[in-house]
Design a protein around this ligand. Structure first.
Ligand code: PMP
Length: 410
């Protein structure tokens, strides 16, 4: 089957018309954040120009409009991930979502001797909150290792998830090396011992890779800016059956039912976890972003494009006929369903590679990708990552391959 052309029209994204150092921009840092279509930018501007007011508080027209737009956005994003609107809390992004679970649930439910199971793939956002919870409660962290193909070692997972396990927090797909995790299998293991399970879906929600009707998990976190939406907005799914176990993370206006000087009673979910003025314009923008994605593609088409671009890049590197570049991402998986390729250029610091590519107008990420323990585990201090999205195309991959070729010859 031929590779689909880029699915999102580059013309929809004003920034993609930019030149960088005199070259057309090839934006290949999409696992970090994606660009925004004109529709999203316009929706945010339109909100401020026409409907801006605070939610819930106003009895005036603008207040009603703002509230209704915010709640419509919630309903739409909930439908996008397959949950009920009251199961979706708007947060500032994956990091806040995971910290919210740590504070609103874990600190009140874990105790000394309990075990929290993570994987060695985790982004710092899905590691540091659990280090904090472990330090505060006396719970222990356990880490599922990788097998030789750099996939999650499911045999080790089966051994690690045991009667002491009270919580499992795991990424759906690694932002650093691209490994996907079979959450269904992990969820079966967690359920068998009665543990709660959280999924960091920062890399998969943007690709329509999450349907909570078929995923047996308790918490799921994602970011809007990685799916064409504005910065400062993301989501936290909390399954309804867990709502009675929650305590508010932040307290203040917007989440209270009635307040006396000494005590207060709180609103139910999702308001319980949304103290203060919410990110209204951002939620409106995110809803338009989700609609844009749904109108222009399907999960399988987007995957075919991105994985096809991974394949083209990997095959391009193979033609160099030397081993200067070492691909870190599991290649079989990348060419089947990946959206990124991580690699190192032997003997050259990743930042030097990225700086060279930037001068050609090619934006890639270099470093340890907010996963320092993973880099140590892999024995690599820093590496380069190229990552694709619906507006990426073969020309950009070919420019990247040619630039790397020139770099190695220089
Ligand atoms: N987890 C993963 C897997 C990610 O890719 C990211 C963003 N790189 C995060 C968590 C943190 O997301 P944010 O910075 O949007 O809170």
């Amino acid at each position: 089957m031929p590779l689909p052309m880029n699915i999102f029209d580059k013309k929809d994204f004003p920034i993609l018309a930019r030149q960088v150092h005199g070259n057309p921009l090839a934006y290949l840092d999409n696992a970090s954040t994606t660009q925004k279509p004109r529709e999203v930018i316009d929706a945010v501007v339109r909100f401020y120009e026409w409907s801006n007011a605070n939610t819930y508080r106003g009895v005036h027209t603008l207040g009603e409009e703002a509230t209704s737009l915010y709640e419509q956005a919630r309903a739409q994003i909930a439908a996008y991930i397959g949950c009920k609107p009251n199961e979706l809390v708007f947060t500032s992004g994956t990091t806040e979502s995971i910290n919210m679970v740590a504070h609103a649930w874990a600190l009140n439910h874990l105790k000394e001797g309990d075990e929290i199971v993570l994987s060695v793939l985790e982004h710092h956002a899905n590691l540091l909150p659990w280090q904090h919870v472990a330090q505060k409660t006396g719970a222990h962290l356990r880490f599922i290792p990788l097998n030789e193909q750099l996939e999650l070692d499911m045999h080790a997972a089966q051994e690690l998830i045991g009667t002491r396990t009270k919580f499992v927090a795991i990424t759906h797909a690694s932002n650093a090396i691209g490994t996907h995790v079979d959450i269904g299998r992990i969820a079966v293991m967690a359920r068998a011992v009665g543990a709660r399970i959280l999924v960091d879906a920062a890399q998969t929600v943007p690709r329509m890779g999450v349907d909570l009707r078929t995923m047996d998990v308790d918490f799921l976190a994602f970011s809007g800016h990685k799916m064409c939406g504005p910065t400062g907005i993301g989501g936290l799914f909390i399954r309804e059956s867990v709502h009675r176990e929650l305590e508010p993370f932040m307290l203040g206006g917007g989440m209270v039912f009635s307040v006396q000087q000494e005590v207060a009673s709180f609103m139910p979910m999702p308001q319980l976890l949304e103290a203060g003025t919410p990110p209204i314009a951002q939620a409106v923008g995110l809803a338009v972003a989700a609609r844009y994605i749904e109108q222009h593609t399907t999960a399988s088409e987007l995957q075919r494009l991105e994985a096809g671009l991974c394949r083209r890049f990997i095959e391009g590197i193979e033609t160099f006929n030397n081993d200067a570049i070492r691909i870190i991402t599991p290649t079989a998986e990348a060419i089947e369903r990946g959206h990124m390729v991580a690699f190192e250029v032997r003997g050259i610091h990743a930042h030097d590679v990225a700086a060279y590519l930037d001068r050609q107008g090619i934006a890639v990420r270099a470093g340890n990708h907010c996963a320092q323990p993973l880099a140590v585990y892999l024995g690599i201090s820093s590496f380069v990552r190229v990552s694709f999205y619906g507006y990426s195309d073969e020309t950009e991959v070919d420019r990247l391959v040619a630039a790397l070729h020139a770099f190695l010859k220089a």
